[in-house]
Design a protein around this ligand. Structure first.
Ligand code: GUN
Length: 290
């Protein structure tokens, strides 16, 4: 039996339509158009493309967006001062710092400077703490997208086992906490995990967020598992061209799994639709607390 595809592009499109309705309703009720400010620092080509896509998605649903393009050698103080200025502006509802940052910048200090209610990436310690406590406010976008993709094919995930491979803050750690809040039994595995194949091949839900193209072969996957591929790896091909590959060997996985996300068109579009959802939520939070 071949696995069925989980269509992230289609689900993200539905979520965007819902968000566009919410933006309209919020504007009608309050006269306020939600706005997102993105800090893009340096010249990291994938980041430039991601930010372009985020801006386009904002336009589609009626969110006002501004990109602050800062030079690679911007100082820590200049970044912090820009954020402090945005934190106190009433017309700014969401602030996103596109990662990764140049080496000389202190990412943690920058994330901690964000106003927690404007932190649409959900990476401020306040938001991560709330997630860990089972009382989330703004949830990181990619983990939220993984959960929605899983729930789109598995209505009741309570008591299921999940193995999340990759312990980044942006994905693995946050997703482990999020799934735990839904009563999933979670194993957070990583590059130092022993017997990874044995552990992952027992999971009802397998999430690969490793950053290594096609690392997960068929023998890492339980028969009938739901497989979520978070990887976006650009692989150079002969003849100077390149293509995108996930962390999962799709061909092999599709013969074992029951459901699987493609790359591209799986997790990526969900990250963006959740950014839009979080921006509207941030605007709502700020209008209700002022
Ligand atoms: N870099 C890759 N993905 C993301 C994301 O979801 N948010 C931010 N801020 N940076 C990223």
């Amino acid at each position: 039996m071949m696995a069925q595809l989980i269509d992230g592009k289609a689900l993200a499109f539905l979520k965007k339509q819902e968000t566009a309705e919410q933006v309209k309703a919020f504007l009608n009720q309050t006269g306020i158009q939600p706005s997102l400010h993105v800090l893009l620092i340096g010249d990291h080509p994938p980041s430039r493309i991601y930010v372009q896509n985020k801006k386009k998605a904002c336009e589609l649903v009626g969110i006002h967006s501004v990109v602050h393009q800062l030079p690679f050698d911007v100082t820590q103080d200049d970044v912090l001062n820009l954020i402090r200025g945005l934190n106190v502006r009433q017309d700014v509802h969401g602030i996103l710092v596109q990662l990764p940052l140049p080496q000389h910048l202190n990412t943690q200090e920058i994330l901690e400077t964000l106003h927690p209610k404007k932190d649409v990436d959900g990476l401020h310690p306040y938001n991560l703490g709330r997630l860990l406590m089972g009382k989330p406010l703004l949830v990181p976008c990619t983990p939220q997208g993984c959960l929605q993709l899983i729930q789109s094919v598995e209505k009741n995930i309570q008591g299921k086992t999940a193995v999340v491979i990759g312990r980044s803050l942006l994905v693995g750690r946050s997703l482990a906490a999020l799934l735990t809040n839904y009563d999933v039994t979670v194993t957070l595995a990583h590059s130092k995990t022993k017997d990874l194949k044995e552990i992952s091949s027992k999971a009802d839900i397998l999430v690969a967020a490793i950053g290594s193209p096609e690392f997960i072969t068929g023998d890492y996957i339980k028969n009938g598992a739901v497989v979520i591929d978070v990887g976006i790896n650009r692989v150079e091909l002969e003849g100077g061209t390149s293509c995108l590959k996930g962390d999962v060997n799709f061909k092999e996985a599709a013969t074992v799994a029951s459901f699987i996300t493609p790359v591209p068109g799986g997790v990526g579009p969900m990250t963006i639709s959740n950014l839009l959802i979080n921006t509207v939520k941030a605007a709502q939070l700020q209008s209700s607390s002022s």
